[in-house]
Design a protein. Sequence first.
Length: 162
Amino acid sequence: MMRISRFLLVERCIATAIVLLGFSGLCYAALGGKVDSVEADQRHMKAQRVVRASGKYSVHEITTPYGTVVREFVSPAGTVFGVAWRGPFLPDFQQLLGNYFGEFAQGAQEAKSAQPRRSHNAALAIEHSDFVMHSGGHTRAYAGHAYVPGLIPQGVEAQDIR
């Protein structure tokens, strides 16, 4: 009887973990997520936010208490199609990239495998058909951007994401 109880407890823990992991993407999706995710990013970063709108997209500029500025580019449909950052500290990429964090992690691992002696501050360029990211800098001076090519609104260029 004790084995059955332990088995059920483990089974429930696994089920709960799966549910929580499933919802974590909804709570923290940024790149590729809806505009609501920008508000979640602002709360997570404990930051101030300013919104600038143009006819083609809006830019939500989030300034963290530590001086890092994150810009999230939102289409008229309300989808975050690009993000950019600059400042003394790197942003939380898992928070900022949302469902694209896996592609970032894979690209970073591939870059490290290609150059084992690569510095952790070395520039990183990931260019996949569904995810592009460039990041670089050095201690207290980082900058970069990431975007999903298929989500960029018509009339907007990738180089606008800065």
